[in-house]
Design a protein around this ligand. Sequence first.
Ligand code: C5P
Length: 285
Amino acid sequence: MIATRGSKLSLFREATKGSADRVWLATMQSNPSQTPATASIANNPELDAARDRLVFALDLDEPKAALELATRLAGELRWIKVATRLYTRAGSTLIAELRAMGFRVFLDLKFHDIPDQVHGACRAAGRLGVGLMTVHSVGGRAMLEAAARGAAEGAEQAGHPAPRVLAVTVLTSLDQSDLSDIGVQRPVDQQVLTLAKLTRDAGCGGVVASPKELSLLREALPPPFGILTPGIRPKGSAAGDQKRVMTPAQAVELGADWLVVGRPIRSAEDPVAATRAILAEMAGG
Ligand code: C5P
């Protein structure tokens, strides 16, 4: 099993050669102030690859508390996710601070509007130097194309590598009857697949998917199309309000490129130890 995971990681690294992640990595490596890697991780390729995939969800309301936690984790993690609740309080200043601490930022604001607005919003996010950002795929082809274009333009204007735009397909809070309420009669997984293919065809870099959708999506959409998965729970941790959970190792096995983890780290007595345990689990340790 460990060998399989290892080869999947190698395949992933191969498939993403030249992608935004590679460019990111090169940028980080050419700027030592942005690489908080510890010696032990630098000497362990599996752990190093795991660090490229683990995204910590900084879901706190208070900017000060958020920065304190980020500071504690800066030497452990490469990716951090800022979503609407914190961004609405702390804005782009927080993004700049997190980047200055060495984090790659996933700006999870899930834009959904007319193409011109989303183009402008993604261009603004691209200017911030974030590495990942989100939109809703139900905004349609023109909106998705505008998102990818805007993100690349903003990044170029500010001298950053182009970020990846990921699209949400069907929110995991919606079930079949919710879809029916909004006029969608087909099965949820078919809707997810249709929207994921549209996302790829429109030039976006990947999707956000529940653990349950991973196999279906990975089979139809091979790398370098990216898949980011929340609902991750290390062995023995509480699911909380997540209905469909998967362990870090299972998600890696099924082809997820990035795993989003919030409460198992944030609510842990020792967030650093919790992070290390998750990284070890992802690396097959
Ligand atoms: O605390 P927990 O690990 O459940 O956090 C998961 C993160 O992933 C949260 O930031 C949540 O908003 C996000 N997310 C999710 N389910 C989705 C999409 C995003 O849990 N379908």
